[in-house]
Each structure stands twice: as structure tokens, then as C-alpha cells.
Design a protein around this ligand. Sequence first.
Ligand code: DHB
Ligand code: FE
Length: 280
Amino acid sequence: MANIIGGIGSSHIPAIGMAIARKLQQTPYWKSFFDGYAPIHDWLAREKPDVAIIFYNDHGLEFFLDKKPTFAIGAAAQYNSYDEGWGIDTIPPVIGNEDMSWHICNELVEDEFDITICQELGIDHGLTVPLQLMWPENSYGHMQVIPVVINCEQHPMPSPKRCFNLGRAIGKAVKSYQKDLKVVVFGTGGLSHQLDGRRAGHINKEFDLMCLDKIVNQPEELLNYSIRDMTELAGSQGVEFNMWLGMRGTLVDQVKQLHRNYHIPISNTGAGTLLLENSL
Ligand code: DHB
Ligand code: FE
């Protein structure tokens, strides 16, 4: 049986890719952010997951504003990365697990989730930067990745509750997959930020810290926010917290927080890092 061993929340901003390429990890601006990944590296090295299910948002690379699935899942043998305009390095191809992807897709449709199944899917910084953060020097080649894409670029966007419930359904689907695989789930993006408009630069530390507290063992308290609430509180791109809620939905009710980090600012964001251990 496949088991989810833990969940990880992480920033995904392109500037991190730049910092990695230029080896700036120990410079004053970046140090406390990158140092926040050391406990996660240790945990991954110890636990050795086989599969990473990664909730992220596609920023216009594969799904532009003319075609925008609410939820999409990769079901490809391999995913190639492209830079959609940030000037960051692409990363070596990412290996998929078609059989497990199809199992999850079948279960989700059965569970009344309408998903777009992608047998080809270009991946952007929302997925590639977290992979680089978790496995330095692009040492993720052994990992099988299942991308889960949630729309948070164009209205109407799915609510926090719906994203959490998608996570729940994916968690259930993983449990009914017959192969013995260790699975880690990522939620990428956030935390509060707004890149455009009159409030560009908006960061809400108090709200971010509350979200980091509640998502551990009271995630239900975060599920009644609307997209409008999230936009007001966390900024128009702060809605990316939905990826974290998707990740959290895959885990059991009570989890153990193994590590947390929060740093302002990383580019325009309040950058959160979180490692949760799931009980099986
Ligand atoms: C930034 C944040 C994002 O979520 C993103 O997708 C791109 C850039 C930023 O703060 O620079
Ligand atoms: Fe983003």
C-alpha cells in the first residue's frame, strides 16, 4: 500500500532559482531562508520517499488565461521544465509515475472532482524551484513526481475548502494504491504577497503566522475564508496558500510539526517553510 509519510510547505518564487544558480545561499539576504531547509534535507535523507505529489499553480506556462482548468493532474512518464519569462535555469527532466497518476485520476473522478488529466505537462517555477530547494544540485532524479495544478491566476478560483477537500480525496486515493511506495506531499507558493496593482508589495505577517499555526492541527479554521477574503488579507497572489491547504488535506487530522521557518521578505513574499509528519 502507498503511504503518505509527510507534508511540506515551501515558497516557489523564481528569485530562489536565481539565488541557487548564483550560489548566493549563504549571503546575508538569503542565509536565514536557505538555512530553513536543512532540517528538511535531513528528514528526506532519512525517510527516503519514492514519490512526491506536488500541489502548485501554473503561472501561465502551460495554462494561460485562455484555457484555465480549475484542477489539473499530470499523468505523464516525464515532465520538462521551461522558463516562462523569469530568466531562471530550466532543470533536468522530472520523472513521473503514470500508473499512480491514473489511479489518482480515476479515484478523483469517482469522488466527483472534475480534473484535467495531462499526459503532457510543462512545469514552471511553481514546481521546479521547490524541487531544487528540497534536493540541492538537482539530486531529485530518483523521485517520481505527480504534479497537481490548482488555478489561482484567474477568477473564478476554487475556495480554500475545496482545495483542502481535493487534498483529502487525493490522500484517500493514495491509500488505495496497491504498490508499496512512500509518498511526500508538497504545497508550494505563498505566503502573503501581491505582485500587481495599487497594493503591490502587500505582506501580512500576522495573517501568515496565524495560517502557519492553524494549518498544523486546526486546518478547518482556515477553510471558511473566501477567495475574496484571502485576497484582501494575504494579497492577490497570497491565494497560493490554497496549495498548502491541498497538501494539508492529504494528511491525517492530527499531525506532528517537525520544522517551521518564516522569513520576510523573500522577493515580494512572506516566505514560509513547514514540515509535517503524517501518522499512517
Ligand atoms: C514572486 C512570487 C510568486 O509567487 C511568483 O510566482 C513569482 C514571483 C515574487 O515575489 O517575486
Ligand atoms: Fe507564484
